[in-house]
Design a protein around this ligand. Structure first.
Ligand SMILES: Cc1cc2nc3c(=O)[nH]c(=O)nc-3n(C[C@H](O)[C@H](O)[C@H](O)COP(=O)(O)OP(=O)(O)OC[C@H]3O[C@@H](n4cnc5c(N)ncnc54)[C@H](O)[C@@H]3O)c2cc1C
Length: 471
């Protein structure tokens, strides 16, 4: 008889788990609470007709570099990556901007006195991207397959961004590094914050930070297409409220965070495991705004028009202060803003001549504070006249984000804090397995963590398959 598996949640990790199980000959039922699959990888008309906005994720260094996604025929299911001429722009008050170029040699030249230091820091990982991606996109092993490479990474990664940024003499390079480290949601003086800058910069040079033509939804649609070709489908508007309702499955994989796992499956788990799950810590939240615009953003620096992603926060010190405030449970007066402007490079996102923008800043988990003015002040600072271009905006507080994807607990976009403990034991020392033999967790709350790469789902499904075959 054909073996049967159930996957709860059709985010990228749930879909990756479902595909991996279906590739092994399982019939897979996927249950998704929302009316469209994708979780934080969906594109919706959030403002005006014809303006297509990415509800969650928008830019995909790890999506394009994911070993699992690369193994799938996503292009034959309509997936196409678009690369903006520069990977990232980081503007300053004087009307100039520093850009991160995809080509490492070009970046070395553009960073002037810091070019050599940047090159020395990134090149060992850029040149061995395939081995590096294999190591970083899985649970941290006791003995890595590439020990020297990982020892080198560990020596940098465990430091704070503040410590590593001292290698750079130009404040502009330090600011560029800070913007990438701020993706960690950690204080820039905390250990491990440097790791995130490396994990953002290395794929920038090795892969790029592409956007998908048509938006995030095209990644999800391609994953659903692959799953359907393997004979399984996603059931939408089908929330699972209790695992007890799922009968006759050999395996159940949950694209859920620990808090939800306790709610739906509590009765199936040992008290000890539930206690461990209950100790899982969520990270800060996001306050997000989607814009329909009458024109491209009126940047002071024309270099900002070359990049799909723009980091708005000024100097290293300002970005560090913004992230520190959030870590202390406060709201930054001058928040660091991550902005994407996909319609500049993909005309399918907006009606002719019109544009979209996507922006968010970090706030304490579950924050109810309206950050709209502060967020827009940061955009105006580098793109004066921006507010006059706004045709419509849609604001998402952390609670609004969670209402559209229950995994975004308190607005946490990464499936849980990424401090040293949860870097090593995510969500517990068991990683994907639980105290119930047939139930596994496969969301971004497992290794390697947040981001659209599908590797949590892939590894969870492989662990489930190998344990099942061992009996
Ligand atoms: C605003 C924002 C910006 C981001 N930017 C980026 C970016 O630019 N690049 C990047 O790589 N990553 C980004 N991310 C992070 C990335 O999107 C997530 O890490 C990734 O989507 C996690 O995938 P997942 O499958 O674990 O969870 P999700 O994508 O959250 O999917 C979980 C799914 O499970 C469903 N679900 C929950 N409970 C139930 C239930 N009881 N029954 C049935 N279904 C259920 C949800 O509806 C959802 O569809 C961003 C996220 C957000 C929110």
């Amino acid at each position: 008889m054909m073996r049967r598996a159930c996957v709860i949640g059709a985010g990228p990790n749930g879909l990756a788990a479902a595909i991996t199980l279906a590739q092994s000959g399982f019939h897979v039922d996927v249950h998704e609470a929302q009316s469209t699959p994708g979780g934080a990888v969906r594109t919706l008309e959030l403002t005006l007709p014809g303006f297509r906005h990415d509800f969650g994720s928008a830019v995909y260094p790890l999506g394009a570099g994911s070993p699992f996604f690369l193994s799938l025929p996503l292009a034959s299911h309509g997936m196409e990556w678009i690369h903006s001429p520069a990977v990232l722009a980081h503007p300053f008050d004087d009307g100039t901007a520093v850009t991160l170029e995809r080509d490492l040699a070009e970046t070395r030249n553009s960073l002037g006195i810091d070019g050599t230091a940047w090159d020395k820091l990134m090149r060992p990982f850029v040149e061995r991207w395939n081995e590096f991606a294999f190591e970083i996109l899985r649970p941290i092993p006791f003995i890595p397959k590439h020990p020297w490479l990982m020892a080198r990474f560990g020596a940098i990664a465990l430091q704070s961004a503040e410590a590593v940024a001292r290698r750079f003499r130009n404040p502009r390079t330090r600011a560029l590094f800070a913007g990438m480290a701020a993706h960690s949601f950690l204080g820039l003086d905390e250990p491990l914050s440097a790791a995130f800058a490396i994990l953002m910069a290395v794929p920038a040079h090795a892969i790029g930070w592409p956007i998908p033509r048509g938006g995030a939804q095209s990644i999800t649609d391609a994953l659903c297409g692959v799953l359907s070709a393997l004979g399984s489908q996603v059931n939408t508007s089908s929330p699972v409220l209790n695992l007890a309702a799922l009968k006759n499955y050999d395996l159940i994989l949950c694209d859920l965070t620990p808090r939800q796992l306790i709610t739906v499956g509590g009765a199936r788990f040992s008290d000890r495991y539930k206690r461990r799950l209950g100790e899982f810590r969520y990270g800060p939240g996001a306050f997000k705004v989607d814009y329909a615009l009458s024109a491209p953003l009126p940047w002071k620096s024309a270099d900002c028009l070359r990049a799909a992603t723009v980091h708005l926060g000024g100097s290293f010190e300002e970005i560090a202060a913004s992230e520190k405030a959030v870590r202390m449970g406060r709201h930054a007066d001058h928040p660091f803003v991550l902005l994407a402007q996909p319609s500049l490079f993909d005309s399918s996102r907006a009606p002719a001549g019109r544009h979209t923008a996507w922006a968010y800043c970090h706030v304490p988990n579950g924050s109810k504070v309206n950050m709209l003015d502060k967020l827009e002040d940061q955009i105006e600072r580098f793109a004066p006249g921006f507010r006059e271009c706004v045709l419509a905006r849609r604001v998402f507080s952390p609670a609004d984000l969670e209402s559209m994807d229950a995994n975004l607990v308190g607005g946490d976009v990464a499936g849980g804090a990424m401090d040293i403990r949860q870097f090593l034991f995510r969500p517990t020392w068991r990683h994907y397995s639980t105290s119930a033999r047939d139930i596994y967790i496969c969301s971004a709350s497992t290794p390697p963590g947040g981001g659209v790469h599908g590797m949590c789902g892939y590894h969870a499904a492989n662990m489930a398959l190998s344990r099942l075959s061992r009996g």
